[in-house]
Design a binder for this molecule. Structure first.
Ligand code: PGA
Length: 251
């Protein structure tokens, strides 16, 4: 039985004070909630202050990106060592906004995944097709290419703790979520791919999240699908009420 997993991707929102207020609100609503794994992913500047608030709770901290070298002359970058030091247990990698605006490729994402795993930071690996790719009926092909590139040269023992997020690009921030059936089709393919390339035991245990316009009103239906194990939530994770309601509705 896979435990539901809900992560809030705050993107480039929230000053430190705003992050503290949001975290305190989430804590208040979900303090004794143990039916789902909950992860908050604030921007870099708010990681430490949020971690201070989460230390005595079961809510976990995640980052939204990293650079694959441990340290060095890489102005503007943040390493896995630094994220661990700031209290992170998770890191979102390969988000479509990073692919689109910051030229990330499956190859660079693979390096980032390897560097996070090497230090025991669990990656939340994002894959997803554009609208154009979906309309051209290339969804499965695109997802397969992304999975193959992202998990290149990795073994099961490296990947324990990894989470996969299916985020159709056309559903992100658009208010237009994939239908439960559309999500299930891709999630099932991902689990099948993981079975084929790793093992069925591994694939049965890995959490596959759906992301793209998740709201309190649509999470229940999505979670009814056999291979949807949780959500990566963007916009709706920025408000205490909507995020905590998504968590409650997910279980
Ligand atoms: P959204 O974003 O929930 O605002 O659509 C999801 C994401 O980008 O992770």
């Amino acid at each position: 039985m896979r435990k539901p997993f809900i992560a809030g991707n705050w993107k480039m929102y929230k000053t430190i004070n705003e992050a503290i207020a949001l975290t305190n609100g989430v804590k208040r609503e979900l303090l004794d909630f143990d039916k789902a794994d909950i992860v908050l992913c604030p921007p870099f500047t708010a990681l430490s202050p949020v971690y201070e608030l989460l230390m005595e709770t079961e809510i976990k901290l995640g980052a939204q990106n990293l650079y694959w070298e441990k340290e060095g002359a890489f102005t503007g970058e943040v390493s896995c060592v630094m994220l661990k030091d700031a209290g992170c247990e998770f890191v979102i990698l390969g988000h479509s906004e990073r692919r689109k605006y910051f030229a990330e490729t499956d190859e660079s994402i693979n390096k980032k995944i390897k560097s996070s795993l090497a230090i025991g930071l669990n990656p939340i690996c994002c894959v997803g097709e554009t609208l154009q790719e979906r309309e051209a009926e290339k969804t499965i092909e695109v997802i397969k290419t992304q999975l193959t590139g992202c998990f290149k040269d990795l073994k099961i023992e490296d990947l324990l703790g990894t989470v996969v997020a299916y985020e159709p690009v056309w559903a992100i921030g658009t208010g237009k979520n994939a239908t439960p059936a559309q999500a299930q089709e891709v999630h099932k393919f991902i689990r099948g791919w993981l079975t084929e390339n790793f093992s069925s035991g591994f694939a049965d245990n890995i959490r596959i999240l759906y992301g793209g316009s998740v709201k309190p009103a649509n999470i229940k239906e999505l979670m009814k699908e056999a291979d949807v194990d949780g959500a990566l939530v963007g916009g709706a994770s920025l408000e205490i009420a909507s995020f905590t309601q998504i968590v409650k509705n997910a279980v």
